[in-house]
Write a protein that binds this ligand. Structure first.
Ligand code: GLN
Length: 196
């Protein structure tokens, strides 16, 4: 099978790191900034960055509803950190009204934005990750955690007792940033899931 075409939402955040990680994991990685570009991909990655800014831009660029609709139709997706926040169905501490982070609803989870950030802004930890051998070096930067998971959601990793990596069918999310560590196993897991 030819390489799956994976878009990286390129409005703000660490787009370049995901493009590199996806390419190394065997995907045909392209940027997505417009609805026509969204239509042309088999899957989408939402990078780490700032979920409120990305939400604002999604609305400005008329991408918010098209993206919600594709996720409803089963678009495979992976979000890291801010991307996890956006893929959630519910966001706690979403930000100031009018400039808040907007849920896209790819995952039946409730996330708390900046959850770890209130205790310690950023930290790194080696954590077990379901389906991967050994541990994953997880870098958390003003990261969210998951406060509620729906029945169909699988928890893949935890930190400080909270789910920090989840999967619901074709949609994955991590509260940390595998794209910045050089370890491509999480991106591989996602890209390989697209080939099945
Ligand atoms: N705190 C950021 C947000 O709310 C996420 C941080 C990150 O992606 N590293 O979007």
């Amino acid at each position: 099978m030819s390489a799956p075409r994976v878009g990286v939402l390129a409005l703000q955040g660490d787009t370049r790191e995901h493009l590199a990680a996806l390419t190394e994991a065997g995907a045909d990685a392209v940027t997505v900034r417009r609805a026509a570009e969204l239509d042309a991909v088999d899957a989408l990655v939402i990078p780490g960055g700032e979920s409120t800014t990305m939400s604002h831009l999604l609305r400005e660029l008329d991408l918010l509803e098209p993206l919600r609709e594709r996720l409803r139709d089963g678009l495979p997706a992976y979000g890291s950190c801010a991307g996890m926040i956006l893929l959630a169905s519910e966001i706690v501490d979403a930000g100031v009204p009018g400039r808040e982070a907007l849920p896209l609803g790819g995952l039946d989870i409730t996330v708390r934005r900046n959850a770890f950030g209130r205790q310690v802004d950023s930290f790194e930890e080696d954590i077990p990750f379901s389906g991967l051998d050994g541990t994953v070096h997880a870098v958390f930067i003003r990261a969210p955690w998951v406060e509620r998971v729906g029945d169909d959601v699988e928890v893949l990793a935890r930190a400080a007792g909270h789910p920090v990596a989840v999967r619901q069918g074709p949609v994955f999310a991590t509260a940390f940033h595998p794209e910045i560590t050089g370890d491509r196993r999480v991106h591989h897991l996602f890209v390989d899931s697209l080939r099945r």
